[in-house]
Design a protein around this ligand. Structure first.
Ligand code: F6R
Length: 247
């Protein structure tokens, strides 16, 4: 694993954008696995800045997003499709028809999951998968569990995730209770994985995920078995990991 310990969120975002940008420059038709949440917002802003400066060309890029709330349409401002459009896709020259997010309005969950699995197989393998990490070690919406789910699936969100995500909604009751997510198997099939973490609140789980036992109780711990992981974090989020590694 390669680790970049950056001073703060802005530096983390610049580093992550540099890695994603290099991927696009080296392979114009890259397939990017993308994430939502607060961690990648600065990275997407930096990618937009580089695109506007003429340094990046997204015209050949395909994207597959990790997850989507069940029950939200793409034009709901809390949906992950809306997030991706407003934070990245609307500001770069990516072909929108080549940007994929699970269908939040899919009526039949099994069919919705199978269709998204087919899209990932058809468009993949993902060249570079961007991941944030939840406070409980979740990646995508793969919450702590008894086993690793391989494929796209529909999950019941945990109270801790609902709690963490309610800041984006008017009230906690508005947070959807279910979501579609890539499985751990889908994520592990990416050729490269880029994890971004910031803030002191993530320090414990980051250290646990990368130095503790590999267990579905800490879903991100499976990344210890991936052969090409880059972790980019700010000093606060990486403090405990760095201390453990230097012992
Ligand atoms: C988002 C996603 C989630 C987030 C995680 C961290 O698409 O899959 O796993 O990456 O919840 O969220 P933030 O970045 O808001 O701390």
């Amino acid at each position: 694993m390669t680790i970049y310990c950056e001073k703060d969120y802005e530096a983390m975002s610049r580093r992550a954008a540099g890695i994603i940008g290099a991927q696009i420059i080296l392979k114009k038709d890259s397939v990017l696995g993308l994430a939502t949440g607060s961690s990648p917002i600065g990275t997407y802003e930096e990618l937009i800045r580089r695109y506007q400066a003429g340094e990046l060309d997204f015209s050949g890029v395909t994207s597959v997003n990790l997850d989507e709330y069940r029950g939200l349409s793409g034009d709901n401002d809390q949906s992950y499709r809306y997030f991706m459009d407003t934070h990245l896709f609307d500001h770069v020259n990516i072909d929108k028809s080549r940007t994929f997010v699970p269908d939040g309005l899919g009526e039949d969950p099994d069919r919705t999951c199978a269709m998204y699995d087919d899209i990932i197989s058809r468009e993949g393998p993902v060249d570079l998968q961007l991941l944030g990490m939840g406070y409980n070690g979740h990646i995508g919406f793969n919450e702590p569990a008894e086993y690793f789910e391989k494929k796209v699936h529909c999950v019941d969100l945990t109270e801790s995730t609902i709690e963490a995500n309610k800041r984006f909604f008017e009230k906690a009751e508005d947070v959807p209770r279910q979501a579609y997510t890539m499985g751990i198997g889908n994520i592990m099939q990416a050729k490269k994985v880029l994890v971004i973490v910031s803030g002191e609140g993530k320090a414990d789980i980051v250290a646990e995920a990368f130095t503790g036992p590999v267990t579905p109780h800490v879903p991100a711990s499976i990344l210890q078995f991936h052969k090409d992981v880059t972790l980019v974090g700010d000093e606060a989020a990486l403090s405990k990991l760095m201390a453990t590694l230097s012992r």
